[in-house]
Design a protein around this ligand. Sequence first.
Ligand SMILES: Nc1nc2c(ncn2[C@@H]2O[C@H](COP(=O)(O)OP(=O)(O)OP(=O)(O)O)[C@@H](O)[C@H]2O)c(=O)[nH]1
Length: 434
Amino acid sequence: MQSKSLSTGLLLLVLFSVISLFAYQHSFNTSLVINAESDYAFKPITDESQGGKTTATLTLTPQGIVLECNIVKAYAWPFCEFAIKLSEISEGIDISKYDTVTLDARYEGEGSQRIRFYIRNFHPTYTDIHNDATLKVNEVEYEPNLYSSEVTIPLKNFQVASWWISELNIPLEHFAPDFTNVSVLEIATGSLISEGPVKIVVEEIRFDGKLIPETVFLTGIIGVWIAFAIIYLLSDLKRLRVDLSSTRQKAIELESLTEALKLESKKFETMAKRDPLTGARNRAGIRDSLFEQVQLVYLQQTPLSIVFMDLDHFKQINDVHGHDVGDEVLKVFAGLVTGLTRQGDSLVRWGGEEFLLVCPNTELDQASQLAEKIRSLLEVSQWPDGVKVTCSFGVTQMGQESTGEFIARADEALYKAKSKGRNRVVSFHSNPKG
Ligand SMILES: Nc1nc2c(ncn2[C@@H]2O[C@H](COP(=O)(O)OP(=O)(O)OP(=O)(O)O)[C@@H](O)[C@H]2O)c(=O)[nH]1
């Protein structure tokens, strides 16, 4: 699921990048077009200002800007040119946003047929606003007739004229071309000029560039990729956190479930060892602990006694008062007995209305006294439905014998108590015959 959304995201991102690059190549263009119809000031200039004798005329025709000169070698470096004033000298326009300049020009004349194109830049460090000559000369020189019509020149091909640098003694940090504050463009004859008539026709000068610079655009695309990567990583991190917390939650739930199961199984274990009616132990519930007590008798010689108890005429209680009352009597009986016993003693429901009281660390006399105490208590206790309840007791202490013999002797004592008239305690020593 996660890898599917990642590949979808990547696919969208690639599509977005390709479409953006395509759109960038074919749109976002910006241009500055200058021709004879442009609303700028055009002006011819010759070496006359330097003491030369070259003359020039400039006409704006439907065919273009036409500069006609008569070159006279009266000055060391004769020239003629025309200037296009784009703005006031210190309020130039920013040409640096364009990448190329396209010139549509023709040259007519003898000798070298090269022309120079100047982009003149203002900078407060080296420009005197009252002197056009102090505008930086960013120049390129080429032969227009070598090209069928127009020629496109990247702005990065321009250089700062060395004669301008040396004439104005420009510091090193300003040697590089600068197109940020351009107020004048000039088209001039080339450096190797012959005497005689010269004609330069310029149909159009066009600067082309992108509304958003390429570096800014590519940085934007990279930014989108980085943003995608960050968003993806953050969402992945969030998902991992959610997974972790749900795993933790599951572990906690599992732990509490295990705990509940443990409690439940303990409950069942207890239930399996208890008589549900009276809460006394059942035979299974006493087996292990009786075995341990018997071990102690053999190994440590600690006394162990048991009291066998059987309610008298219980069948009659059931018959006269009903089975439910009988049940209640059994419950009350167990409660009364337990109330008189010590902590280590165990009350076992041996079957029906028969109970066994196991008394560890107890001599026969103590057990007999306890039995007598119970017997007396039953006599004076209040019973359900006002019934009268008595009980017979057979008591004995364990000797060097088996558990079976031990219990059988207590049963014998109980039998004796019953046969002697019930509601009494009969105690047998470990060897009753002896
Ligand atoms: N209400 C009730 N009666 C039970 C339960 N277990 C056994 N009994 C009844 O207890 C009675 C025991 O009767 P008997 O064995 O004849 O003994 P008894 O009537 O107490 O007479 P003696 O023991 O000779 O005094 C039977 O009627 C059983 O049905 C029980 O859990 N609840």
